[in-house]
Design a protein around this ligand. Structure first.
Ligand code: AGP
Length: 609
């Protein structure tokens, strides 16, 4: 949520900042700005809209300088506008950028106003700039002043500041919002995601919670929350430079959809040998904990929550232990009762989602056996906060609408389910059946992708509609939920998912000839029930689009369009049926002309409440 870049170098850093912002645009994209130190002053340019607007402004008014900070915003306090865009300044000498939310900003604003500070924006961030300025009156060193200022903040922040009176440094602080420091030769960089800095460095240090750092041309000093100096080595990242390149594809989302066969293969690599499943990288003594597990509590948001719901069906079928699933924003604020010997599992692409992270921190005080995260970001807060980790290996996902990360989560959750099962005595045949299904999955997904043209054609039926219903049963119900989320997210068509059996309890009233109803209908033990639900819709003139296995023998007739999907193994069918759903939402969005990779009002990584 919001992207930060900072740089201090001998050379001009303005283009490094803009390139970094472009790479972070997936995090927020309603306004952007830079502040650059040049000729003993801070010069600031901000623009409403995407980073391209800022880039254009800088082309027209170049601002070369060796010290600068930059920001791309996703509005929380104050509408998207130039005056609310970061960096925010105090008295012409302090410039500051911020990710997160300051909860006590009202009270701090009143105090600062009483001291004569004039506010020019509606943001919580401007409070931080003035507070830092105020602290500099008693703490002349910039990092001391930032340290003192952060002690007065309630809320979350990742922040970078510069001061015209101390132009040999940037100072940074983190609490609840990630920041990474990059090292060059005689130059250093700061960003909210290492992706921003890949053109200039591969060497990184992540700032830990409540740390403050001073970043100079000749080095970095980090202090912990007690003011003690911290020693930490830079590590070389193996992330691919082209992770932020669309290649031959028109959108990142399309590229990421098409990457799924290799994403699944990567997730399985080294983990299936002779039809046996081994996941050895979860952490020390994971197996000992798994032996004792009698229940699972899964927590996530959005797409990751839908993945958790699919896993519930698998866990209760194969492990025969209770699997509770809950949305993180609900879990974190309610009184919870923990089942005996429960394992707490978070699922997250980014590993930084504020609600999921807060739920994890809460769970650590509640008597769970242990915590485990299924996460796509190895250096994330959730990975650091959890006892055990399963990395989903989907690679960097740029499209705000999650696609390949979802499939990788499902595969990882299945591997995790088997790992727990084996520790608790799962029989070899069950393990073998699951292993075989997983081994075939990349090919089944590839076959589903090859139907992209037909789905493109089908999408025309949806583009003019205002609503769509998605129906599924069993483990395909969460797939219908994920399909509805994708359609809403990128095409802005209102979509809902229902467990097909629930239709008659209310939603059937919505059905008429203008209501497209998408049904996910694999061949499984619920197919006959689902056929009855299809009839319920057809007899009320609903317009049905049924994604079904050929053997399901659902006849195309008036009001029913059948789209064939091949999925041999019912356990992995949720992953296979996900593909046409993703393609459908993508092609509908293309017709509607929305911003597919950066849909309105959204951001990739939701690090604020
Ligand atoms: C999905 O397309 C969304 N962009 C969103 O629902 C996302 O899955 C959710 O915000 C959770 O993010 P996380 O997996 O990074 O925790």
């Amino acid at each position: 949520m919001c992207g930060i870049v900072g740089a201090i170098a001998q050379r001009d850093v303005s283009q490094i900042l803009v390139e970094g912002l472009k790479r972070l645009e997936y995090r927020g994209y309603d306004s952007a700005g830079v502040a650059i130190y040049k000729d003993n002053a801070i010069h600031r340019i901000r623009r409403l809209g995407k980073v391209a607007e800022l880039d254009e402004a800088l082309q027209q008014n170049p601002l070369p300088g060796g010290l600068g900070i930059a920001h791309t915003r996703w509005a929380t306090h104050g509408e998207p506008s130039e005056r609310n865009a970061h960096p925010h300044m105090s008295q012409d000498n302090i410039a500051l950028v911020h990710n997160g939310i300051i909860e006590n900003h009202d009270e701090l604003r009143d105090e600062l106003k009483a001291k004569g500070y004039v506010f020019t924006s509606d943001t919580d961030t401007e409070v931080m700039a003035h507070l830092l300025h105020e602290e500099l009156k008693t703490n002349s060193n910039l990092h001391h002043a930032l340290f003192a200022a952060t002690k007065k903040l309630d809320g979350a922040y990742g922040t970078v500041a510069i001061d015209t009176n101390q132009p040999d440094k940037m100072v940074v602080a983190r609490s609840g919002s990630p920041l990474v420091i990059g090292k060059g030769i005689g130059e250093y960089f700061i960003a909210s995601d290492q992706l921003a800095l890949l053109p200039v460095t591969r060497e990184f240090i992540y700032l830990e919670e409540n740390e403050v750092a001073e970043v100079r041309r000749d080095g970095v000093t980090i202090w912990d929350e007690h003011g003690n100096t911290v020693t930490r080595e830079f590590e070389v990242s193996d992330i691919q430079h082209d992770a932020v390149d669309k290649g031959q594809y028109r959108h990142f989302m399309l590229k990421e959809i098409h990457e799924q066969p290799s994403v699944v293969s990567d997730a399985l690599e080294g983990r299936i040998v002779n039809h046996k499943i081994f996941v050895e990288t979860l952490g020390q003594n994971a197996n000992k904990v798994f032996e004792k597990v009698e229940a699972l509590q899964l927590i996530a948001c959005g797409t990751s929550y839908n993945a958790a719901l699919v896993a519930k069906y698998w866990v209760e079928e194969f492990l025969k232990i209770p699997c509770l699933v809950e949305i993180a924003s609900e879990y974190r604020y309610r009184h919870t009762a923990v089942l005996p010997n429960s394992l707490f599992i978070t699922i997250s692409q980014s590993g930084e989602t504020a609600d999921t992270l807060a739920a994890l921190k809460k769970a650590k005080t509640e008597g769970y056996l242990a915590s485990l995260t299924v996460c796509n970001s190895p250096a994330s807060s959730m990975v650091r906060e959890s006892d055990f980790t399963l990395i989903t290996r989907a690679g960097t996902e740029i499209g705000v609408a999650s696609t390949k990360a979802f499939t990788a989560q499902l595969v990882s959750l299945m591997l995790l389910m088997v790992s727990i099962g084996k520790a608790k005595g799962m029989d070899e045949q069950t393990e073998k059946d699951i292993a075989i299904a997983l081994e075939h999955l990349p090919y089944e997904i590839q076959a589903a992708l090859e139907q992209a043209k037909e789905i493109d054609e089908l999408s025309k039926e949806f583009a003019e509609k205002h609503h769509t219903l998605f129906l599924g049963r069993g483990s395909q119900y969460p797939i219908a939920m994920e399909a509805a989320l994708k359609l809403k997210e990128i095409s802005y068509i209102h979509a809902e998912a229902y467990a097909a059996g629930e239709l008659k309890h209310g939603p059937l009233a919505l059905i008429d000839s203008d209501m497209p109803v998408v049904v996910v209908a694999p061949k499984d033990n619920l197919l006959e029930k689902l056929k009855s639900n299809i009839e319920e819709v057809r007899s009320r003139s609903g317009q049905l689009f049924v994604f079904a296995d050929e053997s399901a023998k659902i006849q195309e007739t008036d009001g029913i369009t059948v789209f064939p999907v091949k999925s041999e193994y019912s356990i992995t069918a949720p992953m296979v049926y996900t593909i046409p759903m993703q393609l459908l939402s993508y092609y509908v969005a293309l017709i509607k002309g929305t911003d597919v990779d950066q849909p309105r009002n959204l951001a990739k990584s939701v690090t604020v409440e």
